[in-house]
Design a protein around this ligand. Structure first.
Ligand code: T4K
Length: 378
């Protein structure tokens, strides 16, 4: 098979029509407001409230997902306590926990959907545990009922890292409506973006005033600062991009569904390639009540050697897949003394995320799948 003429990356950001962006810029020039809770940000927040089905007083925008999570965890007063999370995620999850002075503790994952396992978490709960940060990895929903039970039994906060889960719904509710808090990333590598950006959705509207203070240095007025806040504000240009992407998001999600189905069909019957399941038999989440977003296309191979071979050989065809999430966080310097998590270790060694984005043609998806089948000998 011929190599692709142009590089095929694991993802490409969605770009709205340039004319639309220019028209929105004119409004900003007229407003003479660039950041600090400007009118475009307020419009974006109102539209997200509607789209995500979360009241306006239960969400806030930030300049990226990492700082959104960090500010959210700080607001919940977790410093000095143990916070259980997954090692099978992007480093930002654990960095946010550690940077607010909490202690990340790593529990194992579900072997089917690769999300944090409530059973594995329960075994690691100690008197110092105050919260759990499960990750809806690849947009696959965690066992939300399992975590709700743990929260009640041990009086814990549940803060979902929902960086990948924009648009996902469960049992007729937005995924943002579960747990005490959920963080969404609007980075351009995500199916929905605002150049960079992040959103916190939270159950308790009383938190909003504090979150808004914390993202603006915790200053109350020209003469008053009440806490160690930070600068985590989304600006007007980000909000403009977010508004335009929101116009297209349903179409973007639907197209990713067709890419996912194309890979699925191509790999059906292949014993050496398995697409990672969105749900799990161990989880309360059932496919029938789930609106998925197909944010990523992760596949598992039989072993590390095969995954590494596919990852390297694909590059010769000009296809740049990614090993999200390898290595595990517990293989990175700040988290080396983490617990043993054999299921996560196995998944990290065998997983590969395949290209999926708006401008990727289905015929190219079929070709990528054929190349992979040739490499593994299927
Ligand atoms: N929690 C989780 C579970 C996360 O996955 C993330 C972020 C966070 C928290 C933190 O949220 P943010 O603070 O980022 O909002 C990327 C992203 O930088 C990161 O946002 C994302 N997760 C992570 C999974 O992936 P890299 O190092 O893989 O990105 P990079 O630059 O290699 O880009 C990936 C591909 O996309 C490349 O082939 C190039 C292409 N690309 C990228 C950008 C930015 C483009 O074509 N255009 C672009 O503008 O980390």
């Amino acid at each position: 098979m011929e190599a692709f003429e142009k590089p095929i990356l694991v993802t490409r950001p969605y770009f709205p029509p340039l004319e639309d962006f220019k028209a929105e810029l004119e409004k900003i020039w007229k407003n003479q407001f660039l950041t600090n809770n400007g009118p475009v940000l307020q419009e974006f927040q109102a539209r997200l409230s509607e789209y995500l089905d979360i009241p306006k007083n239960r969400l806030d925008l930030f300049n990226n997902g990492t700082l959104a999570l960090e500010v959210g965890l700080y607001a919940l007063d977790l410093s000095g306590y143990e916070v259980i999370t997954t090692p099978f995620t992007f480093v930002a999850t654990a960095h946010a926990i550690k940077r607010i002075g909490a202690i990340p503790v790593f529990a194992d994952i579900d072997p089917e959907n690769l999300c944090l396992s409530p059973e594995a978490c329960e075994k690691l709960i100690t008197p110092k545990t105050r919260a759990i940060v499960p990750v809806h990895v690849y947009g696959h929903p965690c066992d939300v009922e399992g975590f709700e039970k743990l929260a009640k039994k041990y009086d814990l906060k549940i803060i979902y890292d929902a960086a990948h889960a924009f648009g996902v719904r469960l049992n007729g509710r937005s995924i943002a409506d579960y747990g005490d808090m959920s963080m969404f990333s609007f980075h351009p590598t995500k199916l929905f973006h605002s150049c960079e950006g992040g959103l916190l959705a939270f159950a308790d509207p009383e938190l909003q005033a504090n979150l808004e203070r914390l993202r603006n240095f915790a200053i109350l007025s020209e003469t008053k600062c009440v806490d160690v806040g930070t600068n985590a504000k989304m600006n007007e240009l980000q909000a403009t991009m977010g508004n335009l992407c929101l116009n297209a998001v349903d179409r973007l999600i639907a197209y990713r569904r067709s890419i996912h189905e194309t890979y699925e069909r191509a790999f059906a019957g292949c014993s050496k390639i398995r697409m990672v399941s969105v749900t799990s038999a161990n989880s309360s989440v059932k496919a029938a009540t789930l609106v998925r977003n197909d944010a990523y296309c992760p596949v598992l191979f039989d072993d590390f050697e095969t995954r590494e071979k596919v990852y390297a050989e694909l590059k010769k065809y000009n296809v740049f897949s990614r090993r999200y999430f390898y290595p595990l966080l517990t293989d990175f310097t700040p988290y080396l003394d983490g617990n043993a998590t054999p299921i996560a270790k196995d998944a990290a060694a065998r997983v590969l995320t395949l290209p999926t984005y708006d401008n990727l043609h289905l015929k190219d998806v079929r070709k990528i799948a054929e190349i992979i089948k040739t490499i593994v000998g299927e």
